[in-house]
Design a protein around this ligand. Structure first.
Ligand SMILES: [Fe+2]
Length: 466
């Protein structure tokens, strides 16, 4: 594909080379376009404002500049959904038509985004990384790779990719704090909690309105069982992440996790109702809403009506289904949570078929679906049928490799809690204890761990001879 794009430098467009605020050469022809792109990049990093709108402004200001088209495609791809990906391909078609005026870095972005649009997310991350080798101050390349590291469950690169570029950055450079925020999240997903917290707090020293950095520190609290402290962390900083922010739904999800860890189920339900129930436009949002409702249902709260409503927002037909296994599994979980109507049963069948043959995706999602999504879906369907031993066995078998279909440790904890419930319902005290032991080093004394321990204890009382 690269060879199809003939490179000429900026001089071909008849103007001097301009640079972005970090000194990277860009082939823009209008200062207003450069400002709009900078605003878009900050918007992508901070989730404040609308990056697509800013990129449209850049396109309007300099219709011949390739880069805003490419960035727009990449932003749409980071939504990890079928329809935005189609729109992204159209942006890339337009970008390729303008590629003659692009510089080398901009052309490299185009190739990386096209590769991801074709479904090879791993290769796309390699190509963004190749940009970072030569231009470590390219914050957009870092962000796109970071998000696709997340979608691919690549904790190693969530940590190492920001690490590789950070020595080139300094506090004086615009957007520096966001690089620290990404580094903090990568450290957290790698289990380096002390460094993660320190780095996240350092990011917030640079810029306190960085919801990704707030989020990284919230993850540290979550993983270390510091749920009360985590709730305070989010609560006292709410003005920095909750108002007019595109990532607020996910930090509310974390607020709900802290409430669930405290077994404050009424509070978690309130958080769902106030901040997640109407956040249904993006699959990313529906994933979090589904996960909160499912956890509440596991803990005995009646959320049927809420689940029915939420399940209605999930699209269970291909090609929407079959695009990203992590989304498909959550769509299935919502359908199961909503009960056993014929519509729900048909939706389950469609999702299962989409996971078995993910027609709308490329190589990355095919592998995720086959290795993780499909076996997990089968385990969840066993759970829905009340076949607790099969559900427990299926979840137990897949859980250790489930990182390969993305999400964070905190998000994938839904697997562990469902496994605990299935094992207890199956009467398998040994398996339930085995799995609960894993929570204990970090969360030995939380109310949620006490809840699981009690249920296992009740099993022991009912099975005195075992
Ligand atoms: Fe998170």
């Amino acid at each position: 594909m690269d060879s199809l794009i003939e490179h000429t430098d900026r001089a071909a467009r008849g103007a001097a080379i301009r640079r972005d605020p970090r000194g990277l050469a860009i082939s823009a022809g209008a200062d207003s376009a450069i400002l709009a792109v900078e605003q878009a990049i900050e918007s992508m990093l901070s989730y404040f404002g609308d990056p697509l709108q800013a990129l449209d402004q850049a396109i309007a200001a300099d219709p011949g500049w390739v880069h805003p088209h490419t960035l727009k495609a990449a932003v749409l791809l980071t939504l990890a959904e079928y329809e935005p990906a189609c729109e992204a391909r159209e942006c890339l078609d337009r970008a390729e038509g303008l590629a003659r005026g692009a510089n080398e870095r901009e052309r490299a972005h185009l190739v990386a985004a096209r590769t991801v649009a074709q479904g090879d997310w791993e290769r796309g991350c390699e190509l963004w990384d190749a940009i970072l080798v030569r231009w470590p101050l390219d914050s957009a390349a870092l962000l796109f790779a970071h998000l696709f590291d997340f979608y691919r469950g690549d904790a190693l690169n969530l940590r190492r990719r920001p690490q590789r570029v950070l020595p080139h950055w300094s506090r004086g450079l615009p957007l520096y704090g966001y690089v620290l925020g990404m580094q903090a999240f990568g450290l957290e997903e790698s289990g380096q909690y002390g460094e993660a917290e320190e780095t996240g707090r350092a990011a917030l020293e640079v810029n306190r309105r960085d919801p990704w950095a707030v989020h990284a520190v919230a993850h540290v609290h979550e993983m270390q069982g510091r749920h009360a402290e985590g709730a305070r962390w989010l609560g006292t900083r709410q003005a920095d992440w909750a108002v007019d922010n595109g990532f607020a739904y996910h930090n509310w999800f974390h607020a709900a996790l802290f409430q669930l860890e405290n077994m404050d189920l009424a509070a978690a339900l309130d958080t769902y109702d106030a901040h997640l129930a109407d956040a249904t436009d993006m699959a990313l949002q529906r994933v979090d809403g589904t996960a909160v409702l499912w956890r509440l249902q596991l803990l005995g709260v009646d959320v049927d009506v809420r689940f029915e409503r939420l399940a209605g927002y999930w699209r269970t037909e291909a090609p929407d289904a079959g695009f990203y296994a992590f989304n498909d599994l959550h769509a299935l979980v919502a359908g199961i949570g909503a009960g056993s109507s014929p519509a729900s049963a048909a939706g389950r069948e469609r999702l299962l078929a989409a996971l078995a043959e993910p027609s709308s995706a490329g190589a990355s999602n095919q592998a995720m679906s086959a290795q993780v999504g499909l076996p997990l879906a089968r385990a969840w369907l066993d759970y829905a049928r009340g076949d607790w031993p099969s559900a427990a066995e299926g979840l137990f078998r897949v859980r250790d490799r489930a990182h390969a279909f993305g999400g964070s440790h905190a998000q994938r904890d839904i697997l562990t809690q469902t496994l605990l419930d299935a094992a207890i319902r199956a009467g398998d005290r040994a398996l339930a204890t085995h799995v609960l032991n894993e929570r204990c080093p970090a969360k030995a004394s939380t109310p949620l761990t006490a809840y699981w321990r009690e249920r296992i204890g009740a099993l022991a009382a009912a099975q005195p001879g075992q």
